[in-house]
Every structure is written in C-alpha cells, then in structure tokens.
Design a protein around this ligand. Sequence first.
Ligand SMILES: Nc1ncnc2c1ncn2[C@@H]1O[C@H](COP(=O)(O)OP(=O)(O)OP(=O)(O)O)[C@@H](O)[C@H]1O
Ligand SMILES: [Mg+2]
Length: 346
Amino acid sequence: MGLVLGIESSCDETAAALVTSDRTILAQRIASQDAEHAPYGGVVPEIAARAHAERLAPMIDAVLKDAGKTLADCDAIAATAGPGLIGGVMVGLVSAKALAMASETPLIAVNHLEGHALSPRLSDPDLGFPYLLLLVSGGHCQILLVEGVGNYRRLATTIDDALGEAFDKSAKVLGLGYPGGPAVERLAKEGDAANVPLPRPLLGSKEPHFSFAGLKSAVLRAKDAGIHSNADIAASFQQAALDCVLDRLAFSADRIDPVPALVVAGGVAANAAIRAGLEEFAQTRGMRFVAPPPSLCTDNAAMIAWAGCERLALDGFRPDPLDIAAKPRWPLDPDAEPARGAGVKA
Ligand SMILES: Nc1ncnc2c1ncn2[C@@H]1O[C@H](COP(=O)(O)OP(=O)(O)OP(=O)(O)O)[C@@H](O)[C@H]1O
Ligand SMILES: [Mg+2]
C-alpha cells in the first residue's frame, strides 16, 4: 500500500495531507487566507505567495505528526505544479522538491485540475473510467471525458468567466463579500428565482461551450434597477447558472458514446442546488451521479495526494525530475481546439 504526502498552494488555501492508496486520508490540514484577501474583494497574488511561504512548512510538519509518520514512510511527495498563481505554486513545488531530495523520495508534480478531476475516485471506490466530468471551479468551467489517469478529452469550456468566478462576481455586486459562492447559495435559499428574469447565455447554442459574462452583467443591472430583493436575485442567478450547465451538459452528452457516470468536481460542486440539478439530470439519462463531499470539492491537499496515489499505481510510473517547472497555465487536454468566441479567431 502506498502513502503519499500532498501539498496544495495554487490559490488562496495552504494545504497538506497524507493519503494512502487504499483511499484513507490519514491526516490533512488546510489554512484559508480569506481574512487576508477579503479587504481587496479577491485574491492578491503577492499576499497569497507570502502566506503560503509562512504556513506551509509548519503545516507539513504538523500533518506528519498528526498521522504519526515521517517523510521516510512516504512513497512519494506530490505537489501542485500548476495551473495557478505562480508565486504560490512555486512555494509548494519548491518545498516538495527540497523534501523529496532530502528524503530520497519520488517527486510527483500534479496538475491541480487533475487533482479536482480525480477527487471523486478518492471518495467513491466504485467510480471507474470512463466518466463525464463537469469541472466547475474558481478558474475553470469545463466538461471533460475522463478516460483514465492522464487521459482527458475536453468537450467544452467557458469562452469568458468560470462558473465560480460568476458566483464570486455576483456576490460582490450583491454586497455579500468574498468568497462569494457559499454566500450566494445561502441567500438564494431565501429567494424566489421566478421573480427576477435573467438571461441564459448560449442556451441551445450549436457550439458546446459556456458563457457567464452576460449573466453576471444582468445581475448587476437587476441590482441597479433596485426593484428586486438580493435574495430573489441570488436565487435567479443560481437557477440561470444551473439551467446553462444542464443545457451544455446535454449537448456534450448527446455527442459521445454513453458513459456510466456523471461526475462533478471543483469548488462550485459544493453547491447543493447545483448538485441536486445534476443528480436529476444523471437520473433521467440512466447515469450514476458522483460528487465528492464538499470539503474535497474546494481546494485541498487530499486530492493532490490522491492524484499522486493514482500516478504511483500506473504501470511504468516514473517520478518527475527535480528541475520540473511550475506552470501558470496547464490544460488537462493540450490537444483541445481553442473555443470559438474566447478571443480566438476561428
Ligand atoms: N457553495 C458554493 N456555491 C457556489 N460556488 C461555490 C461554493 N463553494 C465554493 N464555490 C466557488 O468555488 C470556487 C473555488 O473553487 P476552487 O477552490 O476549486 O477554485 P480555484 O482553485 O480558485 O480555481 P481552479 O481550481 O480553477 O484553479 C470559488 O469561485 C467559490 O465561490
Ligand atoms: Mg481549485
């Protein structure tokens, strides 16, 4: 059985975890930087990098102690190597390199998006390949066909904002502060979506992609109009976002061979209304629906350690070299065509 130390530092959560290849999270710690970034209404990269640099080493030490393990017990050290805010990614990756070198333990440089993409297999031992994945986070909104570890076909992406970004920006408009997603979800429970007409961008489009910029602007106009309550606007925004997600999922699902499971991952997957809509969609199509627990949806190190476990279990596993670079951009499917409309000429 393998034991992997995971390190996450790509955005505003500093996290470390120890996970075994039989899906046990032996220990995990996470430090959010919400308080540091809240005054600015979003993540400030320089502040994030400094906070990771202060917190990561003692956190790794604490996680090892929590589990009663040492670096010598680890079969690999896995760290997010991108995509993300480069200062933070470098803190995590360089720390992992130093620990790997000092303890003569293999280094695994993990794509943060692969961490999200494989996280449902950590919580659900029965989830096999292939599966249809909706990856909805602060920086990404994609539909992927996951055919194996390291084997991802991007079917759709956003041409402007990510879904989490749309939640965060709408929260800002509604004065709900940062981070916005959970606050919008809470307020939406008190509102009536039917009271505020909002657009559903790209609904029925013949392209597979998402767009949320127009929806976000419509939230701003609804707020400025001063007619509706914040709760009604939040409920309507959430419903419009869900309608768009389901329409785009149907488009992609109709164009691939049937797969047994619909899976959701990334921070927005923590949203209960979105999960409920996806579960119903999966049921109508005879698919299993799999969603990790909310704590594994938002950024965490257990998913990075798990991605390391998955890599370690591959035939012909090879550690990453100590000179591997941190990558601000790192698509899961490097062969995906640029999305038309995303500022790219067709
Ligand atoms: N309950 C919720 N409802 C809606 N959105 C949510 C909820 N909880 C978290 N989010 C959103 O999820 C996003 C954070 O997710 P995550 O931590 O996976 O993103 P990220 O790491 O910043 O981006 P990426 O993974 O694309 O690099 C934020 O935009 C946040 O508002
Ligand atoms: Mg993330």
